[in-house]
Design a protein around this ligand. Structure first.
Ligand code: TYM
Length: 333
């Protein structure tokens, strides 16, 4: 079976190590193995579900494209575009929002977290955001969606929406029900300041995350200041259960080196954090420095990035508008 891959990243600035290890690193492997069958979308419509500065948003869209390419996605082998330039996404989202149920959306934990205590003041877009995400995926007959663990519930919703559309309109298998591709071990990278919280762009303290644009000094400093616990590093992974910070740092070390957690635990068995942190900073600098330099180089080349987006838009629009047209016919338009 030919795999069709689709994934999206919000252009909200500060793309970080969690985005890289949880998602973008996977995109690169998939892109190499599934030439011409991968679509990577800069989801700017999703970004405005919370307030954005229009000028910064425009820059962040380009910076996200630069990040994709700097991390190793080859625009010749895949489609890279920004969501707002293909209007089928918004139109399909409306059709799907008439199929999706309030009860399903009410269960979405990410909305609850993002809206916080003052739910009444959250935008409608933030609430219905997973429906737009379903439209993104379903317009391209996607078979596999690589994401971090935090998007799992949204993907389950996407599957429910696809099945309900097919059932309601009696069009068996018209919308393809996609499979999530979530890594088993390192799909949730946690904050450097609190091992119980996800590493996130919106966290106020910059020390909580490693941004893909950080320089070497920033990386070394952030790892030095990362929260740990008083014990030496454990002898086996079972001992990590109640040690979220140790688990997270060892997970980062494993993921960036493409090795198992077991192997990292064996390597640092009984050692102290300062020795481990030195090794961790070293490998992060080695892997991330070329990426950050390339992001900077590419963001200066606006016309190159705009050209990638324009080419991507044409290809994406061709596929998405055909699927949308069929959806419209099915609902009776
Ligand atoms: P976004 O922009 O929040 O995150 C982009 C990708 O990074 C992953 N991620 C993480 N993975 C591991 N640890 C972390 N701390 C971490 N933080 C973020 C996310 O899981 C995601 O894969 N709704 C999506 C964007 C989207 C999308 C789509 C994805 C829109 N349409 C269609 C797939 C398919 C989002 O807000 O991701």
């Amino acid at each position: 079976m030919i795999k069709k891959i689709f994934s999206g990243v919000q252009p909200t600035g500060n793309l970080h190590l969690g985005n890289y290890l949880g998602a973008i690193k996977n995109f690169v492997e998939l892109n190499d193995d599934n030439e011409n069958n991968c679509i990577f979308c800069v989801v700017d419509l999703h970004a405005i579900t919370v307030k954005q500065d229009p000028k910064k948003l425009r820059d962040n869209i380009r910076e996200t494209v630069a990040t994709f390419i700097a991390c190793g996605i080859d625009p010749k082998k895949s489609i890279i575009f920004n969501q707002s330039t293909v209007s089928a996404h918004s139109e399909a989202a409306w059709l799907l929002s008439c199929v999706a149920r309030m009860g399903w959306l009410n269960r979405m934990t990410q909305f609850k977290e993002k809206a916080g205590k003052d739910k009444e003041k959250a935008s409608i877009g933030l609430y219905s955001y997973p429906i737009l995400m379903a439209a993104d995926i379903l317009l391209y007959d996607t078979t596999h969606v690589p994401v971090g663990e935090d998007q799992k519930q949204h993907l389950e919703l996407c599957r429910d929406i696809a099945q309900k559309f097919n059932n309601d309109y009696n069009v068996d298998d018209f919308l393809k029900v996609p499979e999530p591709l979530i890594q088993k071990e390192f799909s949730r990278i946690m904050s450097l300041k609190d091992g119980s919280k996800k590493m996130s762009k919106s966290e106020l303290s910059d020390l909580s995350r490693i941004n893909l644009t950080d320089n070497n000094e920033d990386i070394i400093n952030k790892i030095k200041k990362a929260k740990t616990d008083p014990l030496p590093l454990p002898a086996n992974t079972d001992e990590l259960v109640d040690r979220p910070e140790a688990r997270n740092l060892l997970g980062i070390y494993s993921s960036i080196n493409n090795i198992t957690l077991d192997k990292s635990v064996n390597e640092f068995n009984g050692k102290n954090f300062s020795e481990f942190k030195e090794k961790l900073s070293q490998v992060l600098v080695e892997k991330l420095n070329p990426i950050s330099l390339e992001i900077k180089r590419l963001t200066d080349d606006k016309s190159f990035l705009d050209k990638i987006l324009l080419e991507g838009q044409k290809k994406a629009n061709y596929i998405a508008s055909k699927k949308l047209k069929k959806m419209q016919e099915i609902v009776g338009f």
